[in-house]
Design a protein around this ligand. Structure first.
Ligand SMILES: [Fe+2]
Length: 216
């Protein structure tokens, strides 16, 4: 009983339960069972992910707007749409108001990220140091690119895993993220490329809680 209410409170499973979301998650689960090579699996996932980005009407308004109490700052909303209970997969929307940007951050999982509404500008970094000094990170810009509606990119750590994105459209941008962890609840890293520092970072979801045990 206690467990059930805890689970409901944490919003696992299909938080947005539509045919479009179910179809992408089912395809991801099928390919994860059948293909052990992550690079190949991500390639095979592209059509299903493109279909979700192209579809209208499946993302509720409440998960398509900014969040003034954002854990990421800048009014950025991060809304869980699907979360596997074992932390192996999640789908979320990220809403960034015009002119705002995320911190420089990593993801620590493979996945696909694509633009659903608006336009973003992405800056990707490459790490030059070996990571042995816990509080230090030396980053160099690897590439910068506009991301238009319907376009998406691959995360395959360490490739492309450290970046920030900013909204360059007049309306908020909405990106859709399919990642092989419970991204907003995992302790990740936030970087200051100018100071050369790195610190622990956990964004949290705007609409769901993280398991108690990942708080420490
Ligand atoms: Fe990101």
């Amino acid at each position: 009983m206690c467990d059930l209410s805890q689970q409901a409170h944490q919003h696992f499973g299909y938080i947005v339960d539509t045919a479009e979301v179910r179809s992408l998650i089912a395809e991801t689960e099928r390919l994860s069972r059948e293909i052990s090579d992550t690079r190949v699996r991500l390639e095979r996932l592209r059509p299903a992910f493109a279909s979700l980005l192209a579809a209208d009407g499946w993302l509720p308004e409440e998960y398509a707007g900014p969040d003034e109490k954002s854990g990421m700052g800048g009014g950025i909303g991060q809304y869980a749409l699907y979360r596997a209970e074992d932390g192996s997969l999640c789908l979320f929307s990220l809403v960034i108001p015009p002119g705002k940007r995320t911190p420089v951050h990593d993801h620590l999982a493979w996945g696909l990220v694509g633009l659903y509404r608006g336009r973003q500008y992405e800056t990707v970094y490459r790490r030059l140091d070996n990571g042995r000094d816990e509080g230090r990170a030396s980053l160099t810009i690897e590439r910068q690119q506009n991301i238009e509606r319907g376009e998406f990119y691959t995360l395959l750590p360490p490739d492309g895993d450290i970046h920030y994105v900013e909204t360059v459209s007049e309306a908020p941008s909405i990106s859709i993220h399919l990642l092989a962890n419970d991204t907003a609840c995992v302790w990740r890293h936030q970087f200051d490329p100018v100071a050369g520092t790195v610190s622990p970072f956990r964004s949290g979801y705007s609409n769901a809680q993280c398991p108690e045990d990942s708080l420490s």
